[in-house]
Design a protein around this ligand. Structure first.
Ligand code: UDP
Length: 242
């Protein structure tokens, strides 16, 4: 399967330094930008990116502070805009043209996303950074990634995780009997109530032909063949069982 258009999803923590005390780190940026560039350079692949905000704020971080849950989520959504600005800056410095499309219009920073605008930029060879998640509280950027992948009719979502090399039946850092999943259907993951992915993202993707590849950031040096990546991570499609 040759992917022409992919959406890369990073959690915000993928931008932070190793001990997570700084929201951004120069060495981490270098690795991340090379990772994004390797897809872009491979066979003229069209590349979109969705980034989370776990390095800055997650709505559920409001322990001890009496934020309204929805307001707390808006802080998180704006965190994704900050991360998109940071990635755009680093991509442009690395010689790759990139634009931010956001769930909210932010004059001078991001246009409001539409499938038509995203297509126009992708076809022109620009990297499209989707910010603001779904634009609605009570969701996460995994669901935002699923929505935007559907908007742009992506062939695949490539989810690069930190500290794991794919999907496991349970959290491998907590459970010794957690097993790595080589391939699964979206329905399989819904059935086992997988914690590493959002149910709403899986529900959105299960009726589509979009593939989901979950990889470890550390294992992926550069993009050579899709098959190589499928071997090291987890591939999720409709209609394949565990
Ligand atoms: N968020 C939201 N709606 C969305 C996407 C994100 O409310 O559609 C908020 C939510 O508070 C979330 C935060 O933004 O915790 C950061 O997103 P996420 O947790 O997905 O970031 P990641 O874990 O990928 O770094």
């Amino acid at each position: 399967m040759v992917y022409k258009r992919v959406l890369l999803k990073f959690s915000g923590e993928a931008l932070a330094n190793n001990n997570k005390e700084k929201i951004y780190d120069p060495f981490v940026f270098e690795r991340l930008i090379n990772f994004i560039k390797s897809f872009h350079a491979y066979n003229k692949m069209e590349v979109a990116v969705v980034v989370g905000a776990g390095n800055i704020w997650r709505g559920r971080n409001n322990v001890g502070i009496k934020f309204d849950a929805a307001e707390s989520d808006y802080i998180g959504m704006l965190g994704t805009v900050m991360n998109a600005i940071a990635l755009k800056d680093q991509l442009i410095q690395a010689g790759v043209d990139a634009v931010i499309l956001s769930a909210f219009l932010i004059e001078g920073i991001a246009e409001k996303t539409t499938p038509e605008l995203a297509n126009k930029y992708l076809e022109a060879g620009k990297i499209v950074l989707f910010a603001g998640g779904t634009g609605k509280p009570f969701f996460t950027t995994d669901t935002g990634a699923a929505m935007r992948a559907i908007d742009i009719n992506a062939d695949a979502i490539i989810m690069a995780k930190d500290g794991v090399d794919g999907l496991y039946t349970k959290n491998p850092h907590v459970y010794r009997d957690a097993q790595k999943i080589a391939s699964a259907s979206y329905q399989d993951l819904i059935d086992i109530k997988i914690e590493a992915l959002d149910l709403s993202a899986l529900e959105l993707l299960k009726e589509t032909n979009i593939h989901l590849l979950v990889l470890g950031m550390d294992e992926v040096k550069s993009f050579e063949t899709v098959e190589e990546h499928i071997e090291i991570g987890t591939i999720v499609k409709r209609g394949v069982t565990l």
